[in-house]
Design a protein around this ligand. Structure first.
Ligand code: ADP
Ligand code: F6P
Length: 338
């Protein structure tokens, strides 16, 4: 590799944590050290930057971390960094600590912060880390694979008890503004209905009619996946029970979806993305985001990346609806209790 354009780089994690972030940190540290760079870890995202919670990292500091959930650098949300004063102070602190290049692992908000630092002369590269999969420029974000598998396994368990009691279950998965976790679980768990912010029409009567219809067709349970962005799962459960006469329970999976040991995919992709971020800094690149598209690890200008809107794939949505609603019982088929 040609001579590096930067000698000292920093790495931080920001926004909601995601399983696999440690694999990305480890890759940044070891790729950087292998290229003769100094690597500094910044604790607690932009909060730690402004508080100068900055330490030198060695290869040993990241050993025994790839299999761990969460982020060893901790993470935070930092309202002060949204201000010009905060951003300028952040850039000055980077200069004070000799940090010429910075890898920011997080979501769109964290990238907006990285963009501001880039404008102030600190070379920055974003690495997509969020369980929500809601970053426009990339088909993969660190943590989604682990989170969706965690949610899927939990939903399978709820389904067992829901079937035993012949109940309806509203299961709320994370995703305030994005329905990817819900949609994937909807298909993978064979849910009867999936409610996501991108598609929700507030027609609860339709949902209720579906439950009544499928109960008439012999269904013994009803699994409704509700994205956090729609929420109100407890109240929804009470209304559905009142309208259908079917016992209904709400389960909110919550933050357990953000924890746990990362899957192989999250460890592997996060490692490649972390290494690629360092390679870009070595080449003298700045204001870029690493992404995964059409089978390749690529990079985009942060401004362009932030302008890209992610939408729910219409075909996946249509297939989800077809697979969940088209169930018709064969006349000769009996359910175990019949
Ligand atoms: P995510 O990175 O997962 O989207 P947030 O939206 O909470 O998470 O953003 C994380 C942090 O990034 C914020 O707390 C803030 O410090 C910083 N940030 C977000 N938006 C901006 C912005 N427009 N300008 C500067 N910094 C921002
Ligand atoms: O990181 C993404 C996410 O888990 C969203 O799905 C969720 O809406 C949000 O973070 C919750 O954030 P907090 O950690 O503040 O509860």
């Amino acid at each position: 590799m040609a001579e590096s354009k930067v000698q000292t780089i920093g790495v931080l994690t920001s926004g909601g944590d995601a399983p696999g972030m440690n694999a990305a940190i480890r890759a940044v540290v070891r790729r950087g050290l292998a290229n003769g760079l100094k690597v500094k870890g910044i604790y607690k995202g932009y909060v730690g930057l402004l508080n100068e919670e900055i330490v030198d990292l060695t290869a040993r500091d990241v050993s025994d971390t790839i299999q761990r959930g969460g982020t060893i650098l901790y993470t935070a949300r930092c309202p002060e960094f949204r201000t010009e004063e905060g951003q300028q102070r952040g850039a000055e602190i980077c200069r004070k600590h000799g940090i010429e290049g910075l890898v920011v692992i997080g979501g769109d908000g964290s990238f907006a912060g990285a963009q501001k630092l880039a404008n102030l002369g600190v070379n920055t590269i974003g690495v997509p880390g969020t369980i929500d999969l809601d970053i426009g420029c990339t088909e993969y974000t660190i943590g989604f694979d682990t989170a969706v598998n965690t949610a899927m396994e939990a939903i399978d368990k709820v389904r067992d008890t829901s079937t035993s009691h012949e109940r309806c279950s509203i299961i709320e998965v994370m995703g305030r503004g994005a329905g990817y976790l819900a949609l994937w679980c909807g298909i993978a768990n064979g849910a009867e209905d999936v409610l996501i912010p991108e598609k929700y029409d507030y027609d609860e009567q339709k949902l209720i009619n579906n439950i009544i219809e499928s109960r008439k067709r012999g269904k013994k349970h009803h699994i409704i996946i509700n994205a956090e962005g729609i929420g109100h799962s407890e109240a929804m459960a009470r209304r559905i029970e009142a309208a259908t006469g079917i016992e209904t329970r709400a389960t909110i999976l919550g933050h357990m979806q953000r924890g746990g040991s990362p899957t192989c995919k999250d460890r592997m992709y996060a490692s490649i993305m972390g290494a690629k971020a360092v390679d870009l800094l070595i080449e003298g690149k700045t204001c870029r985001v690493v992404g995964y598209r059409h089978g390749d690890f690529v990079d985009f200008d942060i401004n362009e990346a932030l302008a890209m809107k992610k939408t729910i794939d219409e075909y996946e949505w249509e297939v989800n609806r077809a697979l969940s609603r088209n169930y018709t019982k064969h006349p000769t088929m009996k359910t175990p209790l019949e």
